[in-house]
Ligand binder design. Sequence first.
Ligand code: MN
Length: 341
Amino acid sequence: MLNQVISESIIQKAEKYLNKANKIVIISHVSPDGDALGSSLGLYHFLLELGKSVNVLVPNNFPQFLNWMKGVKDVTIGNKHDASSKELIEAAELLFCLDFNALKRTDQLASYIEKSRAKKIMIDHHPFPDNFADLIISHPEISSTSELIFRFICQLGMFDLINRDAAECIYTGMMTDTGAFTFNSNSSQIYFIIGELLEKGIDKDAIYDKVYNNYSESRIRLQGYVLYEKMRLFNEYKTSLITLSAAEQQVFQWQQGDTEGFVNIPLSIENVVFSAFIREETNKIRISFRSKGNFPTNQFASEIFHGGGHLNASGAEFSGSLDEAIDLFEQSLPKYKQLLV
Ligand code: MN
């Protein structure tokens, strides 16, 4: 049996919003990952079954290894179609904000969302949500927004309207946000839900294959280069750092998603508990943090780089140079020595 994680009063309000709205827009965060897209498309397929007119909108493109998901062709990419994304939000009667806790996570869409008079429902699992939605369904104890979407639909009493397409998308998000159920995945409820999704007809082995065995040759070569040439270990801090310049990415014809997951790899080294990946983009530096055990990467991200996220997975953006970001990272490690060793 599934616990009722979402409070009954919130479900009742959501039900009212849903009954009143026909034009619904689902929005997720910049650099959409498997959970962003999985939760959005899972909800999308459900709302279609419910007979709603529904659109999915993301600020920028998603990685190529998610291209196979049902419904991706109908997703509007905000930075490619600015005018139509603005129109969609303006015309919406109800907005779902999925897998993000602050409007700035939607980049250029944030101002459109802010101006919208539509009711807004946030469904998310990042801690400390901002108060921009009419209904906030925020559960940091749940490992993926996709799982929350499953729970949301079930608590609405509409489990039967989850079709196979929705089930596939929900499973994908649950899988990718837990590293294929290798972290944040000790709740037995997760496996109860997987059982239900299997009953809906998903092929979980095929989904794994499509997500994780779907890389380009250049990505695998870039991974080899990064691990051989670019990974540095700071043994006294049980820390690993990978850095990548824009020029290096060009050599390997970097594409969106090509460096996804690199930050996790050093954690498979004995004694490494904290891993950072600093990557140069056109006009900013993007930083990802991961940890094993109790090291609070979100505290490090926020205190040093004004970023944030979960305990074991967080990130930040930095506006200086790549070298400045690297220096700042190295100089900050001693402050966290007690937490690291
Ligand atoms: Mn997520």
